[in-house]
Design a protein around this ligand. Structure first.
Ligand code: NAD
Length: 250
């Protein structure tokens, strides 16, 4: 396949040991980027196995562990990438968690955990990367929000965080445009990953029945859009919010 990138690109994908992040990292690696696989320090073994899989496929990958909700770990992660590679061209803010509960039963902890990872994590990463990308005069940031940002029963914390990601993305897009850095958000719908595998079969079937394209999404469906937004060719697309949900919008 013809590599999509005209020159070497270094791409950091958060939470990419598995799921959508892994698929996005793979898509970018296949386009010729050097991939930094990030995940939580406790997931080191899975992250290393993912990087090995990439390297066996002759793709360039390394692991850099950090908890995106920890500002100091994020700053150290970015500094380490710059020390090793001298550049960071693409950031995909993919790491995310859910802690679903009805609002009247939601604990402070459930609220704070989701805001810390899904919103503050994106802020810490985007802020750190923007400093590098502004100075370089180029860059691509792709933020993984969710169809749930529109509001979804049992997901007040998650919807609030994912809506926040859209506001953050659109603001960053405006601020960074003068530096030729694009920032876009993707809203996946119902995608087949570990995050959705715990859902009882009956509810899965109900959800799938609402999707016009008639199936759950696959991680590769989202990864294809990540690869486009991260490409050199997508340089005139910024501040967009793209649904990847098989036609279903909440
Ligand atoms: P997943 O749980 O399979 O993978 C998430 C990965 O992120 C895991 O490897 C996990 O260890 C890592 N992670 C979690 N917290 C982290 C942290 N603090 N720092 C670094 N890494 C961390 O989930 P997924 O379905 O692949 O989800 C990826 C993204 O897509 C998330 O932001 C999620 O909210 C979003 N999303 C998923 C769906 C879906 O249907 N699966 C739909 C909409 C949006």
């Amino acid at each position: 396949m013809r590599p999509r990138f005209r020159v070497d690109r270094v791409a950091l994908v958060t939470g990419s040991a598995r799921g959508l992040g892994k698929a996005s990292a793979l898509a970018l690696a296949r386009e010729g980027a050097t991939i930094i696989i990030n995940d939580l320090p406790r997931n080191e073994a899975v992250a290393e196995a993912t990087a090995d899989e990439f390297r066996h496929g002759d793709l360039s990958a390394e692991v850099a562990l950090a908890n995106v909700s920890d500002e100091a770990q994020v700053d150290a992660l970015i500094a380490g990438i710059i020390a090793r590679h001298g550049r960071l061209d693409i950031l995909v803010n993919n790491a995310g968690i859910n802690r679903d509960a009805m609002l009247h039963k939601m604990t402070d902890e459930q609220w704070q955990q989701v805001i810390a990872v899904d919103l503050s994590g994106v802020f810490y990463m985007t802020r750190a990367a923007s400093r590098i990308m502004r100075a370089a005069g180029r860059g691509r940031i792709v933020n993984i929000s969710s169809a749930s940002w529109m509001g979804n029963i049992g997901q007040a914390n998650y919807a609030a965080a994912k809506a926040g990601v859209i506001g953050l993305s659109r603001t960053a897009a405006k601020e960074l445009a003068r530096s030729q850095v694009t920032v876009n958000a993707i809203c996946p719908g119902f995608i087949d990953t570990q995050m959705t595998r715990g859902i009882p079969d009956a509810i899965r079937e109900q959800q799938v029945a609402k999707i016009p394209l008639g199936r759950m999404g696959q991680p590769a469906d989202v990864a294809a859009v990540v690869a486009f937004l991260a490409s050199d060719e997508a340089g005139y697309v910024t501040g967009e919010v793209i649904n990847v949900g098989g036609g279903y919008v909440l």
